[in-house]
Design a protein around this ligand. Sequence first.
Ligand code: MRU
Length: 346
Amino acid sequence: MQHESVYLENNSLVILDQTKLPNEIEFLRLTQQSEIYRAIKNLQVRGAPAIGIAAAYGLYLAAMECECEDYAKFFEHVHAAKEYLNSSRPTAVNLSWALNRLEQVLIHNANLEISEIKNLLRLEAEQIKSEDANMCRKIGEFGLSLIKNGDGILTHCNAGELATAKYGTALAAIHLGRERGMNFRLYCDETRPLLQGARLTAFELMSDGIDTTLICDNMASQVMKNAWIDAVFVGADRIAANGDTCNKIGTSGLAILAKYYGIPFYVFAPKSTIDMNTKSGNEIIIEQRPASEITELWYEKRMAPNDVKVYNPAFDVTDHELISGIVTDLGILRAPYDVSLREIFA
Ligand code: MRU
């Protein structure tokens, strides 16, 4: 990929507007809290790690807005901005994780000049981004040990470079393998209703010269039956302490199909996506999105009766029993996940 999806430049948050892809490559320069909140909410920047990075830069920019020299007032201003940005989307834990990291910097440096604290906040946000790129690379290395040249991989939504600082999570092994001259056959679900698979993953993979086949979500069973799929690779928005994994709506159905066809189902995520404070998937808040995303967004005219009831959950939870392995930057975790997850936090 030639494009970084999120970075800081001249005290602006620059994001590649993912709602315009693949037809337009447009970068937005954001400085106001409300603009950054909207960019996250409207999925102009999306994917759990990228949301965390954008929010961290956003909080730094909010701190820069504050001209007061008094620590208590400064803290109050930054804390309010943190709560506001954190309310932009509820499901991906990377959002609150990144914001909390910046708030800790604020708390632990209360004795410093405000200008010095601001500088530390920027460094912490940069650090979150560079750590994410390193974690993704490690995830890719572990992921490569699970597949061989020529394998067919089914993926859902976009857990690639666009969703992270670099490489991606579920797609990291594919990009790394490509760098090393390997070839994989990628099947991407279009991912209704927001088409992250069709618009983003297909674009990202093809930009990297990877053999890409787009399918509708309801064709997954057919490609598995055809024996074209050697493994399913997906990302995660929040992994609970027992291994239950919340990811884009449609993921849990794929896991059930994969089990039926005897295909390994792997979840890829950095440590920042694991939420040990959430005991199981039942506790995860699933974002509900507007009905119009289903009834009219991609159509020239509305394609459902007026006033039809619509259910539009953005995510679902895959039961830990359906997961063959959770590939993290610290290694490939296997069941029982309550034990293996606890070990990486020990
Ligand atoms: O609603 P989105 O597009 O932000 O959902 C993204 C996903 O579900 C991804 O699979 C997940 O965030 C992992 S990104 C590395």
